[in-house]
Design a protein around this ligand. Structure first.
Ligand code: PMT
Length: 362
């Protein structure tokens, strides 16, 4: 008996054009675009390089009045951490992330791994008459006669917090971080198209860093149930359509002047390089970063077209360009963890060097 699940694929593929002609624009798009356009114009005036970092997973709603949805795996760690290192390298960052996923700076104090209440303490000079209840009252209305305690940061947390806070305040003062959110794959696609077209005004100074985990299949609005899908009628069969591969229009139409970095997530490390090469051959962008699920915090591979290869490039089956590629692995000591050492620091340094070389390539 066969126990592996073999998905059934058919050829229903939406082109990007068909997708945008048939799926509705999110209501907040124009406001979002207005704000991000101002941000980009400011960076152009100041001559900065700008990177668009996408982060977190997109959802696919199954109903119009959505109760159920499919989600894509990503906490937003890669994107939020990388955004901080791009800021450190002098880039302005447009951080487009899944609502409630990790964000630059605040990611260091995530509610699940490092909850902020745990690094605060209540200090009080206790009058001799006070009791423990006046310092840690269960009510939030302590007796007015009780000494008002002070909230302080634990000594062991201070140096790290001060460093994060200083950088965060400096970034705010400089106005170099702009944040936008998406939830569904539809929000993501509309935002990405609008922002990339606007960023194209930056020419070569624009970088795109696609760390988000984007749904590959979606349910077109026309096929969605209006109300909550009812249970009790046996198994549920849903036929989904393929989300258009946005790297294609990115390279050819929306952002032809930019430096584009995509990610490839696999669970089998042996697939990383072939899949990355396939993506580069298919879309013609600059770098694919391969990461495998279990080692992604310590090891990644950067795959890019080899520098001097135009003569070896040829059109292969399915219109995929076959050419030569080069790979460079970036690894950090697995015994070191954040915040001691983060692989994103090395990845971003390498990308910045490649982006500069690419800007100056002629
Ligand atoms: O956030 P963390 O928990 O730290 O996890 C980070 C990560 C593992 C999610 C991240 O490092 C990562 O690998 N992100 C890409 C995962 C992914 O969606 O891979 P993919 O094979 O589905 O897509 C490959 C590339 O094509 C992606 O860069 C994606 O932006 C792009 N894509 C995807 C779908 C689509 N319709 N069009 C696309 O262009």
């Amino acid at each position: 008996m066969q126990n592996s699940f073999e998905p059934n694929f058919d050829s229903t593929t939406f082109s990007a054009e068909t997708y945008f002609a048939t799926q509705p624009e999110p209501p907040s798009l124009q406001d979002d675009l207005h704000d991000v356009s101002d941000f980009i114009d400011r960076q152009i005036e100041q001559g900065r390089k700008v990177v668009l970092v996408t982060s977190g997973g997109t959802t696919v709603p199954l109903e119009l009045n959505v109760v159920r949805f499919l989600d894509n795996f990503s906490a937003g760690t890669r994107g939020a951490t990388s955004a901080e290192y791009f800021l450190k390298q002098g880039y302005a960052v447009i951080f487009m992330h899944r609502q409630f996923s990790l964000q630059p700076f605040s990611r260091n104090y995530s509610h699940s791994t490092h909850p902020f209440l745990d690094f605060l303490e209540i200090d009080a000079v206790l009058p001799s008459s006070s009791t423990i209840d006046s310092v840690y009252p269960y009510s939030n209305d302590p007796s007015p006669s009780a000494a008002q305690p002070q909230i302080t940061v634990k000594m062991s947390e201070r140096a790290a917090l001060l460093s994060v806070l200083r950088t965060y305040k400096a970034v705010q003062a400089e106005g170099t971080l702009h944040t936008l959110t998406f939830v569904t794959v539809n929000d993501y696609l509309y935002l990405l198209r609008a922002i990339s077209k606007k960023m194209n005004n930056l020419g070569g100074k624009a970088m795109y860093y696609f760390a988000a985990a984007v749904s590959d299949f979606f349910l077109p609005r026309q096929k969605m149930s209006e109300h909550k899908i009812q249970s009790g009628k046996g198994s549920l069969h849903i036929e989904m359509d393929q989300v258009p591969k946005i790297l294609k229009p990115m390279v050819s139409d929306w952002a032809p002047g930019g430096f584009i970095v995509s990610f490839k997530l696999e669970t089998d490390q042996a697939l990383l390089i072939p899949k990355a090469r396939q993506a580069l051959g298919r879309y013609g962008h600059q770098v694919v970063i391969g990461n495998d699920l279990h080692h992604r915090k310590h090891r990644v591979v950067l795959v890019s077209p080899a520098k001097a290869v135009p003569s070896s490039a040829k059109l292969g089956p399915d219109g995929i360009v076959t050419r030569e590629y080069e790979e460079s692995w970036i690894e950090i000591d697995p015994s070191l963890s954040a915040p001691q050492k983060e692989i994103e620091e090395e990845v971003v340094k390498e990308l910045v060097a490649r982006h500069d070389a690419w800007i100056n390539r002629t």
